[in-house]
Design a protein around this ligand. Sequence first.
Ligand code: ZN
Length: 431
Amino acid sequence: MQFQKTIEKSVSYEGISLHLGEKVKVTLEPAPPDQGIVFVREDLPGSPSIKARASNVVENHRGTTIGEKEVKIITVEHILAALCGMEIDNITIRMNGQEFPAGDGSALCWVELINSAGILSQDKPKKFFEVKEPLWMEENGRQLVVLPSDEFKITYVVDFPSSPLKSQFAEFVINRDTFIREIAPSRTFGFMREVEDLKKRGLIQGGSLENAVVIDERGVVNREGLRFPNEPVRHKILDLIGDLYLVGRPLKAHVIAVKAGHLFNVKLAKKLEKIMDEKKEKKRQSENLPLFTTKEIEKILPHRYPFLLVDKILSMGEREIVGIKNFTINEPFFSGHFPGHPVVPAALIVEAMAQVAGVYLLNKSENQGKLAYFAGIDKARFRRPVFPGDTLLTKVKILTLKKTFGKVEAESFVGEEKVAEALFIFSLVER
Ligand code: ZN
């Protein structure tokens, strides 16, 4: 069995970014199993973080950009390719600017950085996304075809009829060895005729022959020439690996690409991500697994034992959430409430209902890190006592959700029987 991997220790790299020409420092940090890849913008107030997922891609004309509101992370594809190629599943990437340094235009600087940190095997099995059915996309002569396969394989064809590159073909099974040797060293390339135009548009401000291969009508301009005769198509494979890692898991699939690019790659990544998420959701429902376990709830709510009064979230929809709390006889309050006749204090049922609502409110990305305080409770009714051994199931409907407050309606059940209901108003405040 293969296990998830992170890095052994934190390491940093500083360099100039390709498009904005900014000097940016990047620090890679070990991360726990199942975290995935998370970017943190250290230079912004509150150090906002954002996951490397296709659903977070905002624009991608000359490189792939992840974003949410004012938080942007530009040109993520080379570092993502390196993480995929080096088989890293979990990592936190802190940066003090908005675009990744370009290095020499290839993924070598990231391979070396990851190697210098060391790779650490974790105690959870590695999760792949195994493509079970063929999938294809075609648009203006661009094609992407995904076939089921036991390994991650890429076949790529590019065609630049009006340049000396003409047609190029490459095919690789992607693993750590082939990535480091055959793919990582291949550099970004561009055509001389495009350079002026891109510069005018504010792009490639940090571009030079040090971090890109430039091609004019006679051939390669760089004095050192190419690293492989088909270096450009290999770089296209590198970009595709990085863009597809945005699916959230490494693929087991054979991807065939004809003249694809970031825009098209990300379309495919979004499609695959959606299929994967739907499959995960189906599996969870069929196995009756919770949406959030206690451990995950603790990442959202600040409450802890003995005052964490929601054990599991069973489901969460557009404006609703369902959670449960098991009241075992070991709850500390039973000994005093009441001696010889233990019942759950009604105030704690109110608290349990509010905490389920709190998971919904605080799980929203715009509310992360905030606290939810009671601003009002209306129409609270308690229909029967809750005893040790009862499982309290709370259904919450979100009535209003604004930036600084939320209004919800909650009902709690034991079995089929409704035991309590109430309306809550919360104010949402920064910690
Ligand atoms: Zn690239």
